[in-house]
Design a protein around this ligand. Structure first.
Ligand code: FPP
Length: 264
C-alpha cells in the first residue's frame, strides 16, 4: 500500500527537476500544503552535532521549500515550527528555536517580499518571547499586501487548544444571544479556527518516518491526503517536495463518495 502511495510514474523516473516542476504545474497543484517538519535532532545526532544544529539546518529547508511551493503555484504552506508541547524540551533548545524566526526573517524577508510571499502565523502569540513576537509581527506587517504564497508558521500551536478556543468564542456568542445553538455547524467552527482565512490542506507531509499527527490541524485535516517519508527534515529538498506533489496528483480524492465509472 505504502509503495502505491510513494511510487512515481515510470515516465517521470528520468526527468530533471525543471521538467518535473513544469509537468506538475500542468496538473492539479495542492492549494494548501501542511508540513510536520520532523527529524532535525536525528539529523544532527548522525553528524555528532548538537540538536540545535539540526533545527538551524531545518530552517534553511523552510526557505528552499517555500520558494518551490510558491513557484508551483501552491496558495498556502503551513509549517509546524513549534508545538504547545515543545515547551517541555530543554530550555537551551527552546531558546534556540525561538530565535529562529528572527534569523530566518532577518535573512530571508527581502527575498520573501520579492517573491510576493505573505507571512502569517497561527498559535498562541502572547506567550512567545517578545523578540519572537516582534520578528513575526514585522514580517506580517511588511508582507500583508502580498498576493503570492501564504507562508503560515505554526508557532506555539496546538490543535486541541485551537478547537477549545473556538468553542469558547462560539459559546460566548450563544450566551450573548448573537447566535443560536442551532447555528453551530461545520462552517461556523471552521470560521473560528486560526486557519479561517486559508483553504483546508490538500496535502500533509510528515518527514523522518514518524506516522502520527502530534496535535496538528486535527479539524482541518479531515479530508487531506497524507504523505510520509523517512527523509529527515534538513535533508528534505525540492525533489522530495515534487515526490509528494506527484503522489498527490496520482490520487483519487473521493471525500467519502464515489468517482467516475464507479457511480455506474
Ligand atoms: C522536530 O524535530 C522539529 C522541531 C520541533 C522544530 C522545527 C523547527 C524548524 C525546522 C525550524 C523552523 C524554522 C523557522 C524559520 C521558525 P525533532 O527535533 O523532534 O527531531 P527528532 O525527532 O529527530 O529529535
Amino acid at each position: 500500500m505504502l509503495h502505491k502511495l510513494i511510487r512515481r510514474k515510470p515516465e517521470r523516473q528520468n526527468q530533471t527537476l525543471a521538467e518535473r516542476i513544469s509537468q506538475s504545474k500542468n496538473e492539479h497543484i495542492p492549494a494548501h500544503i501542511a508540513i510536520i517538519m520532523d527529524g532535525n535532532g536525528r539529523w544532527a545526532k548522525k553528524r555528532a552535532l548538537p540538536r540545535v544544529a539540526g533545527h538551524h539546518e531545518g530552517m534553511k529547508t523552510v526557505r528552499k521549500i517555500t520558494r518551490l511551493a510558491n513557484d508551483l503555484g501552491v496558495r498556502a504552506l503551513t509549517v509546524y515550527a513549534f508545538s504547545t508541547e515543545n515547551w517541555k524540551r530543554p530550555k537551551l533548545e527552546v531558546d534556540f528555536i525561538m530565535r529562529l524566526p528572527e534569523e530566518f526573517l532577518g535573512k530571508y524577508l527581502p527575498e520573501l517580499i520579492e517573491q510576493n510571499v505573505k507571512v502569517v502565523m497561527m498559535g498562541e502569540n502572547e506567550t512567545l518571547p517578545k523578540h519572537t513576537q516582534e520578528a513575526v509581527r514585522k514580517a506580517m506587517e511588511q508582507t500583508k499586501d502580498n498576493t503570492g504564497l501564504v507562508l503560515n508558521f505554526a508557532l506555539n500551536y496546538g490543535s486541541r487548544a485551537e478547537i477549545a478556543q473556538a468553542m469558547q468564542k462560539i459559546a460566548q456568542q450563544i450566551q450573548e444571544g448573537t447566535i443560536d445553538h442551532t447555528d453551530v455547524n461545520e462552517d461556523l467552527i471552521s470560521q473560528h479556527l486560526m486557519t479561517c482565512d486559508l483553504p483546508e490542506p490538500d496535502l500533509l507531509i510528515r518527514t523522518s518516518g514518524e506516522v502520527r499527527l502530534s496535535n496538528f490541524m486535527l479539524w482541518q485535516l479531515a479530508y487531506t491526503e497524507f504523505w510520509f517519508t523517512d527523509t529527515l527534515w534538513p535533508d528534505f529538498d525540492e525533489a522530495c517536495l515534487l515526490d509528494a506533489v506527484e503522489s498527490y496528483q496520482n490520487r483519487n480524492r473521493r471525500y467519502g463518495g464515489l468517482k467516475g465509472e464507479e457511480t455506474n
